[in-house]
Ligand binder design. Structure first.
Ligand code: C2E
Ligand code: CA
Ligand code: CA
Length: 354
């Protein structure tokens, strides 16, 4: 009941604060977020109580503002786990426990491998190999995503050089670049110290990065990236709110259709039409289009027939460690995906290889 009173009081405050106020002839709008912590009993720790309320306030803001949040016991438990994870991330960065996995990208028509995307993995001391959903958010709060990006890039360049030496036949790697890294004035300098052959590297940049396209550091970094012969790909295309016009000003090499748009194409003609339109836009501007999240043989066939240039997804290959790549390329197992092969020459080549 006390909690309910506090909640309705908080709501009343939030509602009252949202009412616009006229000042000097202008309508001004405000908002308020409320964090609530309570303790009962005899031993009340006022300092801790304030910290808890502040943490609840932080959460209220994070969850969209103009709302209230209570500090609860599972909230507290989560803070402790996050603190543990944060400590683990920092020591793992020092111990070199972050590494790239690789997911091949395929030519939609020939199913030849056209490149690999690097995906960060955490080789956790006790939990094994972990995907980014377990660490990326906390790493962001710790301000160390850009460091992880750099580590992944350096390791992947070394793996790439090794594949070259072995004659594996992979011509390009693409890496994910966080917004933080793209805003780093030191990015150009750090890239120039690396041995990057033109056209061998591509940067996947999230559509959301370009919402504030007036930032001059970003523009300089983009120019530098282009100077170094690094391709630019727009990741998760179709999910953000950036305008097509502002994205096209970047003259990216490729658009990556987000897997949320790819998933429904086998069931929905409207969705197929939407994806077809994106491919048309790419084509008319001379920008390649790649589909991600290609999970089924039907996806492979539909995206190919809609005119996608390349495909990536579980139907053809899952992310794998560097050591698995040479064998994967040699075995050519992905060509056995039903419906995946159109060109009869492909099956000839397959029989000569195997
Ligand atoms: P993303 O760039 O959109 O990468 C694709 C994600 O989809 C990867 O998840 C990949 O494993 C997964 N995926 C691939 N094929 C399929 C499929 O057919 N179906 C489904 N459902 N999923 C598929 P992952 O490796 O967990 O990475 C998640 C996200 O973390 C990435 O999304 C990317 O935004 C971010 N990320 C990964 N590595 C890095 C990195 O080195 N730096 C930065 N800044 N972000 C990274
Ligand atoms: Ca990506
Ligand atoms: Ca994506």
């Amino acid at each position: 009941p006390a909690g309910r009173n506090l909640a309705s009081l908080a709501e009343a405050i939030v509602t009252a604060m949202r009412k616009p106020v006229t000042f000097n002839g202008h309508i001004c709008r405000f908002g308020a977020s409320v964090g609530i912590a309570s303790q009962s009993g005899t031993a009340i720790d006022a300092r801790q109580l304030l910290i808890n309320a502040d943490l609840a306030l932080y959460r209220a803001k994070n969850r969209g503002r103009s709302r209230h949040e209570f500090f609860t016991s599972d909230f507290q438990a989560q803070i402790i786990t996050n603190k543990q994870t944060a400590d683990d991330i920092l020591s793992s960065v020092e111990q070199g426990r972050f590494l790239p996995y690789y997911q091949p990208k395929f030519c939609a028509r020939t199913l030849d491998i056209v490149g690999v995307e690097t995906l960060a993995r955490w080789n956790h001391p006790t939990r094994g190999i972990l995907a980014p959903d377990t660490f990326l958010k906390i790493a962001e709060d710790l301000d160390c995503v850009a460091t992880i990006d750099r580590i992944v890039l350096e390791k992947s360049l070394a793996d790439f050089a090794e594949w070259r030496r072995l004659g594996v036949g992979i011509d390009q790697i693409s890496v994910n670049v966080s917004s933080k890294r793209l805003h780093d004035p030191e990015l150009g300098r750090s890239l120039r110290t690396l041995d990057i052959a033109p056209k061998s590297l591509s940067f996947e940049l999230l559509e959301s990065i370009f919402l504030d396209d007036c930032d001059h550091v970003v523009l300089e970094n983009l120019a530098e990236i282009r100077n170094l012969g690094i391709d630019i790909e727009i990741d998760d295309f179709g999910t953000g709110h950036a305008s097509i016009v502002s994205l096209m000003k970047l003259r990216p090499r490729r658009l990556k259709i987000d897997r949320q748009l790819v998933k429904p194409v086998s069931r929905s003609p409207a969705q197929r039409k939407l994806v077809g339109t994106i491919i048309e836009i790419g084509r008319s501007l001379d920008i390649e289009v790649i589909a991600e999240g290609v999970e089924t043989p039907a996806h492979v066939a539909i995206m190919r027939d809609l005119g996608c240039d390349s495909l990536q997804g579980y139907a053809l290959a899952r992310p794998m460690p560097a050591e698995a790549i040479p064998d994967f390329v040699l075995q050519q197992e992905w060509r056995k995906v039903p419906g995946g092969i159109r060109d009869p020459q492909d099956s000839n080549r397959r029989t000569t290889i195997s």
